[in-house]
Write a protein that binds this ligand. Sequence first.
Ligand SMILES: C[S@@+](CC[C@H](N)C(=O)[O-])C[C@H]1O[C@@H](n2cnc3c(N)ncnc32)[C@H](O)[C@@H]1O
Length: 298
Amino acid sequence: MRQGFKLCQTLGRLLLSSFALGFFLSNGAHAQADKKTYEPTIAQAGKDVIWVPTPNDLVVKMLETAKVTPNDLVYDLGAGDGKIPIQAARQFGARAVGIEFNPDMANLARQHAQRAGVADKVTIVTGDIFEEDFSNATVVTLYLLTSLNLKLKPTLLNMKPGTRVVSNSFMMGAWEPDLIINPEVGGRGVISPATGGRGYFWIVPAKVQGEWSLTGLPGIPTAHLSLQQKFQKTEGTLTFGDNRSQRVVGKLNGAQLTLTFKDANDKEQTFIGEVAGKKIHASLQESPTTVMTAVKLH
Ligand SMILES: C[S@@+](CC[C@H](N)C(=O)[O-])C[C@H]1O[C@@H](n2cnc3c(N)ncnc32)[C@H](O)[C@@H]1O
C-alpha cells in the first residue's frame, strides 16, 4: 500500500516533469498525423508496473553514464514506447532490444524505431522481463520499481562481470550504486526540469569470495588470500608464507580487482588484477612488470 502510494506520488511528479520537458508534445503531433496510432496514457496499467516514460535528458545521461558505444547490446526491461533503445541506437550507435509486455505498446515502440530510422538496430520483443533471456546484454536499463529491481538483482549479478546496469529512480537494495546520476536532485521521484531526475548506475562485479593462492609477489614465493565479498566491495586477509597476516580491503570494477596491502618491506602497494573465473592475472600499480597470478582454491 505504502509503496503504491509512493509510486503514485513519484509518477505524479514525473508526469509534470515530462510535460515540462515537452516530450509529449511531439508524441501528440505524431498521433494527429496518424489517427490509427495507438495512444498510450501516462500512468496506464502495465503487467508489473505502470507506464511512465523516462524524461529525455535522463535517457541520454543514463546511456552516457553507461558509456554506451556501437559495440554494446543494450536491453531496456519494460521498454514502453521504446525511447531508451531508440536513443541507444540513434545517438550511441548501439544495438538495442526493448522487452515490453503490452503488445500495443511494443508495436508503438517498433513504429517509433522505424520513424527514427533505427529499425535495423532496435528489436522490440513482446514479452515478460521475468521470462525473456537478456543474458547477452552488455548494458541493462531499468525504469521499474525497487521491488522489481530486487527481483531482477540475482539475475543481474550473474551476468558477465563488467555488464553495466542503469536505473531511473529506483535502487537495488544493499547493492549500492557505483555512481549516482544527478545526485543534486533529491531522493526517489524528485524531478528537476533541468535534469530529469535521479538515476543509479552499477557495474556487475566479478565473484571473488573464497580462498586464493597467490604467486609472484616480490620476495614472497606463495601467499594466501582469503576474501569476503559484498557486491563490489571486498575485504579479507593476505597471509605471506611465514604466516604474517594482514587485513586487505579492495574494490571490484567489473572484472577488475584492486586491493591495497603492505609488501614484504612494509611498503603500501596496490594490487590490480583481472578476474577470469578461477584465476586472477595481476600486477602492482607501481611496477606493472611485476606479474602475479592468483588461483582459486575454493
Ligand atoms: C515505467 S515504464 C518505463 C518505460 C521505459 N523503459 C522508459 O524508461 O521510458 C515501465 C514499462 O514496463 C512495462 N512492463 C510492466 N511489467 C512488465 C513485464 N513484466 N514485462 C515487460 N514489460 C513490463 C510497462 O508496460 C511499461 O511500459
